[in-house]
Ligand binder design. Sequence first.
Ligand SMILES: [Zn+2]
Length: 254
Amino acid sequence: MSFEPVELERYARHIVLHEVGGPGQQRLKSAKVLVVGAGGLGSPAILYLAAAGVGTLGVVDDDTVSLSNLQRQVIHTTDRIGRSKIESAGDSVENINPHVDFVGHDVRLDQENIDGILLDYDLVLDGCDNFSTRYLVNEACARAEKPLISAAMGRWEGQISLFDPSSGSPCYRCVFPRRPEDGMVPACAEAGVIGALPGVLGSMMALEAIKEITGAGTGLRGVLLMYDSLGAEFRRMRTSPDPKCPVCAGSGPE
Ligand SMILES: [Zn+2]
């Protein structure tokens, strides 16, 4: 796979980076990344992955753009209110980088469809807004042995990690064994969320994905990074696999 001259110019600031270079940019072009949710976290994640030149970018969402999304979901625009988020995200990706192959999945993920959708991708980013999908995506990624970059947030705080039990690091369920009852943890709609917070965390999701694909630096396997935006503080917490985890026990390398 080679680059056209316009691509070399587009990615010039990556290619001069020692940790990316031409080979890293090739890996980005060959990469197939799935983003779950074109909402607050998905918006910057999708835009930065598209701008970075990820060759195949899949997005799952079955929602439509509404006015109250626009305070933080910057991939969508005022004139797209009422349109499907997949169409809107696809238009934004096309506008920022026509070299990206955008694949829209206008469905709600469930037990029936998730394994088939995951099949085509080698890395998954979860920025969904509910616990059912979050636990479902974790289980499917563990089953398919695909690394999962997962972020979550509410009000002024958020967290991000990379879950990859096939490499010996924990899965989401190891770190969060008890799924909250529906309605116990208020969604952004009830609790509120500061608009730039998903901008920080979603951009970090894209950056960690770029590191994972190119092999640059140290990722977030076994580390939960927490951000308190009111205190302007980051904290790192070490996490380890739960040997009794019902999702991933026994799935690490021998
Ligand atoms: Zn686990």
